[in-house]
Design a protein around this ligand. Structure first.
Ligand SMILES: Cc1cc2nc3c(=O)[nH]c(=O)nc-3n(C[C@H](O)[C@H](O)[C@H](O)COP(=O)(O)O)c2cc1C
Length: 349
C-alpha cells in the first residue's frame, strides 16, 4: 500500500536517484520496514550452508552496496541480506547514467562498476548490525587492480570482515568491471580459493557465477569450488545483451536464461550449497526452483518493481504450501528430491 503511493514518485526520478533516495529513507526510518514487512515464522526458516535463514528469499547484492539500510531490510523480513559488492578502496564506479529501466518488462539494465565507500567505511555498519536476518558480504576487486594484485586485495577484505558477516561471496561475474569476468578462469580461481580457504574453519564462502558461461565451464568451476571446500555457488549475475546496450540485464527478461544455468548447476550439484538468483518475480518461480532441486533464492529487480508486496505474496504462498503439506521448510528440504517433487506436483500458488 505504502509503496504503491511512493512508487509513481520514485519512477519519475532517474533510476539511480530513485535508488539513492530509497536507501536514504530506509536508513533514516528502519521502522517503515516493519510496517510493510512480513513476520518471522520459524516454520519458514531454513538452513543454507551453515547459516539459518529466516525465510527462503534473500536480498541480492547491489541494492544495499554500502550496508546503509540493513535494519530496514531486516525489518522487511528478508531471509538474509547480502550487501556489497564491497571493494578494498572506495571507488566511484562507471559514469552515469548507469541504471536503465524497462518498465513494460519490469526489468533493469545496469553498468554500475562497483561504486562503493570501501572496506573501512562500511565495516563499522556491519559491526553495529544486530538484526535477525543473517548478513552476507559480496566482495570484489577495485577497478585498477591487476589480477595478480587482486588475490591479496580480496584476501584482505575477507580476513578483515570474517567475523562481521555470516557468509561471503566472491564476485568475479559482474559484466561492468573491465576484465573481471576473465577472472572466472580456473587457474586464477584456484589460486584465489587456496588463499581464502587457508583457515579450515572460516565463514561460509560462495562463488557468484555469470549466466554467460558455457555449461562445460560452469561444471568445471563447480568441481573446482568443491575441491577447494567452498560452501557453494550463487547464480546468476546479470545477463549481457549487447543489443540493449552496455552492462547487464536483470529481472523477468533473464528468468529463462538464469533458470537454464541453475538447472545445469543443480543437476551437477557436486555436493555444494546453492543460492538461486535472477528473474524471481512470482511465487510460481520458487515452486519451479524447488522442483529443479533448489532451495534458497534472492531478489533484486522484482523488489524494485513490486516493493514489499513481493515479500508478502511469496510469504503467503509459502505459508500455504507448508500448511497444506504439514511440514516445516527445513524438514521439507530433508526429503529426497523425488518426494519434494511429488509434494510440489499438485500445488499451484
Ligand atoms: C542496479 C543493480 C546493481 C547490481 N549490483 C550488483 C553488485 O554490486 N554485486 C553483485 O554481485 N550483483 C549485483 N547485481 C546483480 C544482482 O545481485 C542479481 O544477481 C541480478 O540482478 C539478478 O537478479 P534479479 O533478476 O532478481 O535482479 C546488481 C543488479 C542490479 C539491477
Amino acid at each position: 500500500m505504502l509503496y504503491s503511493l511512493i512508487k509513481p514518485i520514485l519512477f519519475q526520478l532517474a533510476p539511480e536517484s530513485a535508488h539513492d533516495l530509497t536507501i536514504q529513507m530506509a536508513n533514516l526510518c528502519p521502522t517503515l520496514g516493519s510496517l510493510t514487512g512480513i513476520p518471522t515464522n520459524p516454520l519458514l526458516g531454513l538452513k543454507v550452508g551453515s547459516v539459518d535463514w529466516k525465510f527462503p528469499m534473500g536480498l541480492a547484492a547491489g541494492l544495499d552496496k554500502n550496508a546503509e539500510a540493513l535494519e530496514f531490510f531486516n525489518a522487511q523480513g528478508f531471509g538474509a541480506i547480502e550487501c556489497g559488492t564491497i571493494t578494498l578502496k572506495a571507488q566511484e564506479g562507471n559514469p552515469k547514467p548507469r541504471i536503465f529501466r524497462y518498465p513494460e518488462e519490469k526489468s533493469l539494465r545496469n553498468s554500475m562498476g562497483f561504486p562503493n565507500q570501501g572496506l573501512l567505511s562500511i565495516m563499522p555498519r556491519l559491526k553495529r548490525y544486530e538484526g535477525s536476518s543473517p548478513l552476507g558480504v559480496n566482495f570484489g576487486k577495485n577497478k585498477d587492480t591487476t589480477p595478480e594484485e587482486s588475490i591479496e586485495e580480496l584476501s584482505i577484505i575477507f580476513d578483515t570482515l570474517s567475523h562481521e558477516a555470516d557468509y561471503f561471496v566472491i564476485n568475479v561475474s559482474s559484466p561492468n568491471t573491465p576484465g573481471l569476468r576473465a577472472l572466472q578462469d580456473r587457474s586464477y580461481l584456484s589460486e584465489l580459493f587456496s588463499e581464502l580457504k587457508k583457515e579450515a574453519n572460516g565463514p561460509d564462502l560462495y562463488l557468484k557465477l555469470s549466466p554467460d558461461l558455457s555449461s562445460e565451464k560452469i561444471i568445471d568451476l563447480l568441481h573446482l569450488a568443491r575441491e577447494h571446500r567452498l560452501t557453494g555457488i550463487i547464480a546468476t549475475n546479470t545477463v549481457i545483451m549487447p543489443e540493449r546496450g552496455v552492462g547487464g540485464v536483470s529481472g523477468p527478461i533473464i528468468r529463462e536464461k538464469s533458470r537454464e544455468i541453475r538447472r545445469i548447476i543443480l543437476k551437477e550439484k557436486a555436493d555444494l550449497e546453492f543460492i538461486a538468483v535472477g528473474g524471481f518475480t512470482h511465487p510460481q518461480d520458487v515452486m519451479e526452483l524447488w522442483k529443479d532441486g533448489g532451495k534458497a533464492f534472492q531478489v533484486y529487480t522484482s523488489y524494485v518493481y513490486q516493493g514489499p508486496k513481493l515479500l508478502q505474496d511469496f510469504y503467503k504462498t509459502l505459508l500455504d504450501f507448508i500448511t497444506v503439506q504439514k511440514i516445516s521448510l527445513n524438514d521439507f528440504f530433508h526429503l529426497s528430491l523425488e518426494e519434494r517433487q511429488y509434494r510440489l506436483k499438485d500445488f499451484s500458488p
